[in-house]
Design a protein around this ligand. Structure first.
Ligand code: ADP
Length: 168
C-alpha cells in the first residue's frame, strides 16, 4: 500500500490482550501503526491519559512499527494531522457492529479519503472488554490472563477500595 500509516484509536482504559491482538494484526498490515489514546472526556476513566499511554507503550513495546500518541477532539482531524490512510477498529461480536458502523459512516462523511478497517481478534479474546476487566478486578478476580502484566498490577492498585460504578 503506497501510504500506509494506520491509526488504531480507543480509550484503552486499560489496554487488554484483545487490544494487543488487534494492534499486532494491524501492525502486520501497514508500514506504521499509530495507537491513538483518546482523551475520552465523554467517559469517566479509571486511568489518566498519561497512565493509559504508558501502559499501551509497555504492552506493545515489542512491535517495531508502532507508535503511541494521545489525542483530543475529532479523530478525523488527528488522522489528517498524522497523514493516516485508515482507521483500525476491532469487532468482537454483532453487538459492536451497530456503533462501529455508525462511527465509520460518520468518519467517512467528515473525511472521505480515510478508510475504516475492521479486524477480528483471536477467539479467546472475543469476550474481553476493558469494562468487564475493571469490574472483575474491582471484585477481586484474577485478570492476569486478560491483560498485559503491567496492567494487571496497576488495575489492582487503582481499583483497591473502589466501589462506585465503572465506566468504559
Ligand atoms: P472506544 O472507547 O473507542 O470504544 P476501546 O478502548 O473500548 O475504545 O476500544 C477500542 C477499539 O478496540 C474498539 O474498536 C473496540 O471494539 C476494540 N476492542 C476492544 N476490546 C477488544 C477485544 N477484546 N477484541 C477486539 N477488539 C476489541
Amino acid at each position: 500500500m503506497p501510504n500506509s500509516v494506520f491509526i488504531y484509536p480507543g480509550t484503552f482504559d486499560p489496554i487488554t490482550l484483545g487490544h494487543v491482538d488487534i494492534a499486532r494484526r494491524a501492525a502486520d498490515l501497514c508500514e506504521s501503526l499509530i495507537v491513538a489514546v483518546a482523551e475520552a472526556h465523554h467517559k469517566r476513566t479509571v486511568f489518566s491519559v498519561p497512565e493509559r499511554v504508558d501502559m499501551v507503550k509497555k504492552a506493545l513495546a515489542e512491535l517495531p512499527n508502532v507508535q503511541v500518541m494521545s489525542f483530543g477532539g475529532l479523530l478525523v482531524d488527528f488522522a489528517r494531522k498524522v497523514g493516516a490512510r485508515a482507521v483500525v477498529r476491532g469487532l468482537r461480536a454483532v453487538s459492536d457492529f451497530e456503533y462501529e458502523f455508525q462511527m465509520a459512516w460518520m468518519n467517512r462523511r467528515l473525511c472521505p479519503m480515510l478508510e475504516t478497517v475492521f479486524l477480528m481478534p483471536s477467539e479467546e479474546y472475543a469476550f474481553l472488554s476493558s469494562s468487564l476487566v475493571k469490574e472483575i478486578a474491582a471484585l477481586g478476580g484474577d485478570v492476569s490472563s486478560m491483560v498485559p502484566p503491567c496492567v494487571a498490577k496497576r488495575l489492582v492498585e487503582a481499583l483497591r477500595g473502589e466501589t462506585g460504578s465503572i465506566g468504559g
